[in-house]
Design a protein. Sequence first.
Lengths: 197, 251
Amino acid sequence: MKTVIIKYNAGNIRSVMFALDRIGVEGIVTDDPEAIKSADKVIFPGVGEASTAMNYLKERKLDTLIKDLKQPVLGICLGMQLMCKHSEENNTPCLGIFDVEVKRFTSPVDNLLKIPQIGWNNITGLYSTMFEQVPENSYMYFVHSYYAALGPDTVATANYVINYSAGLQKDNFYAVQFHPEKSATAGQKILENFLKL
Amino acid sequence: MLTKRIIPCLDIKDGRTVKGVNFENIRDAGDPIELGALYAEQGADELVFLDITATNERRKTLSELVTRIAKHVNIPFTVGGGISSVEDVNVLLQSGADKISVNTSAFKRPELVDELAREFGSQCVVLAIDTRFEDGDWFVYLNGGRVKTDIKAYDWAKEAVQRGAGEILLTSMNNDGTKKGFALDITGKLSQNLNVPVIASGGAGNMDHFMDVFENAQADAALAASIFHYKEIEIPALKTYLYQRGVNIRF
């Protein structure tokens, strides 16, 4: 089995590699279109800013390549947001795999909201093979200022002032807002499930 | 709902943990990886590794250590100690650290915070402040608490957040080592007025101290070292205690 991690200008790619390593899978980090197309599993990670990342993907024509992939693809954090339709972050049109908007958290008038959300939050309404044997209300590690709204492809929900998509799935495209590679054994289970698809 | 975080802190010198630890169930308590992995397994929400090595070999030893930690620990961790440039941070993040913390170097050259936030994002920039209460206010201390400044901790924290710090790690020197509880007033002031998470440090002696800092000072996280290393408080018991009293805790 060949597992590829898409290399672009929005790492923390090494932590994903190490997490795969812990479950005995070697991840190949590459931006080579042929290597990505021929992989059995594709992981699309990312920490960073949406417009810079989208520009980078477009320059290398990785934007159309990702959309056309037929094998299981897992977007993580910014990777998931880039798979949505549009992000408020610098008004960025994204890949449009999931028909949802990415918006910025806003503080209610009567309550100082800390942005980014940093830390462990529970996920509910789990409805995807990637969550097999992952209990409802499992805690995952989140770090983000923008969130994907709820939509028809929502397969996990989290709450930070409002309910939003913690997980999305449509056909072969899977995505999570949190960092499974940093979410202890529960996160590891999700990676294992994805790799078994 | 977002939970409060419990963070053990490990002091590292020449790649080894410094403070004596008391664990029968690990082979080598001086090995930061083994100890870190044990804390992760026990339910620690994050780890902080503070490097106090002073030699020239420091950087290489540290980046190798960070890679080993990243390979073995499945929760987020912060690395701090002697970090003073974008390049230092780049090496540590590339090695697998999730966040870095800066202290004296950022105070002496506050633009460092802007540079780090721009280059790597606020989410990985933790500003550490050592503070002492005297003459009616909390002042910033540098160089591990040896050098006093005339700047107030709140003012420096506020400026650093404006410059892009993503979290504040606040250590009260008055409380540190006393085991009489965290500094609730200054922790609360920062936590309630800054829109980034505040990690309280210094003074933890019993489980109620954690209750106090979460409930009465609204700290987002609490850090401690020796009480965990000496097993005066064990993390599973602490988390159960807090949970039973209504604090949001991860299990």
